[in-house]
Design a protein around this ligand. Structure first.
Ligand code: PXL
Length: 313
């Protein structure tokens, strides 16, 4: 039937359309041919020629179907205006994977075309970040997984640490952004340390890129797969149960290569590389895909494997 619910919209969108926001109390969708509350109304042309048996009721016959609510993921991240990274990318990835996304924006980044694409960075007031997280937790009542992206300042880290303590989310993926292009190194050191001591221990999984992996592991640099494995183990030893250390195409293996470690299983995950260059936002997308899969109930290793397939496809 050519109606709102079957006009080629994906299942996910259909569910979002009718289920959100929960506070509106909409938990069901209805089909029928007339009557208030029906979301699917067939025109005369659409019903012409349709089978007449069993006979159509004279008045409304609304059928009610219940659908399971979609998994919900929250991203606590910066806005990257171009849409290539940050919260925008996270939301798109969640949606693609059938997960309902909500956001708490931590900062606004606008890359400057007049200045080598350096990041103009404006932090969001910490109180406003806390408010956004409170809203997400209250509206959805159950947030299945959280992704933490760019935090950027020590006060932001404090407020996010507090929120993680308050809400005790079931899965927290930290995609650490230690320094962004154009940021002063002096300020970055304070942020790095705060991230390591306050957020890292509260993550159930972390997904550092090469630079972040080396920094968190206390290594000079990572130039080989063996060093990447070592880094994953060192980061795990700091108390994060699951580590996905991401090299992507940067180790010259001709593949997109990452290392997963959970204390017992050490897996080198490789997929065909898409080009040879590092791509802006690819790390965000991978971490968002991991978060979405965790929200759907995958194990950390399963989530990492699926996320790599998604990003390379
Ligand atoms: O890809 C890292 C990243 C994360 N979050 C924000 C960014 C960037 C890189 O530009 O701007 C907001």
């Amino acid at each position: 039937r050519d109606c709102l619910l079957s006009r080629g919209l994906g299942d996910v969108y259909k569910r979002q359309l009718v289920q959100h926001p929960r506070r509106h109390g909409i938990r069901q969708y209805q089909t029928g041919t007339e009557g208030a509350g029906n979301r699917c109304t067939l025109t005369a042309a659409q019903t012409r020629g349709a089978p007449r048996w069993p006979p159509a009721p004279i008045r409304t016959q609304a059928r009610t179907m219940t659908a399971a609510p979609p998994p919900i993921a929250l991203t606590i991240a910066g806005s990257e205006a171009s849409g290539g990274a940050g919260a925008q990318t996270d939301l798109k990835t969640f949606h693609t994977l059938g997960v309902y996304g909500c956001t708490a924006l931590t900062c606004i980044v606008s890359m400057d075309p007049k200045d080598g694409w350096n990041h103009r960075f404006v932090p969001v007031d910490p109180g406003v970040i806390a408010d956004q997280i409170e809203t997400c937790a209250a509206v959805h009542s159950r947030v299945d997984a959280v992704k933490i992206g760019m935090l950027g300042t020590a006060p932001t880290i404090d407020v996010v640490e507090q929120a993680l303590q308050t809400y005790n989310f079931p899965a927290v993926v930290l995609d650490p952004v230690l320094i962004c292009k154009g940021q002063e190194f002096g300020g970055a050191l304070e942020v790095d340390n705060a991230l390591r001591t306050k957020i890292l221990p509260r993550a159930t999984m972390t997904t550092p890129n090469l630079f972040e992996a080396a920094t968190l592991a206390g290594m000079e640099e990572i130039t080989s797969v063996e060093q990447l494995k070592d880094a994953a183990k060192r980061i795990h030893d700091q108390g994060v149960p699951n580590v996905l250390a991401k090299a992507g195409p940067s180790l010259g293996t001709g593949t997109a290569l990452d290392v997963f470690y959970d204390g017992t299983t050490l897996e080198v995950l490789e997929v065909e590389a898409v080009g040879t260059e590092r791509v802006h936002g690819a790390g965000c997308t991978l971490a968002a895909a991991v978060t979405a899969e965790l929200a759907k109930g995958a194990s950390p290793l399963e989530a990492a494997v699926t996320a790599k397939e998604v990003v390379s496809s």
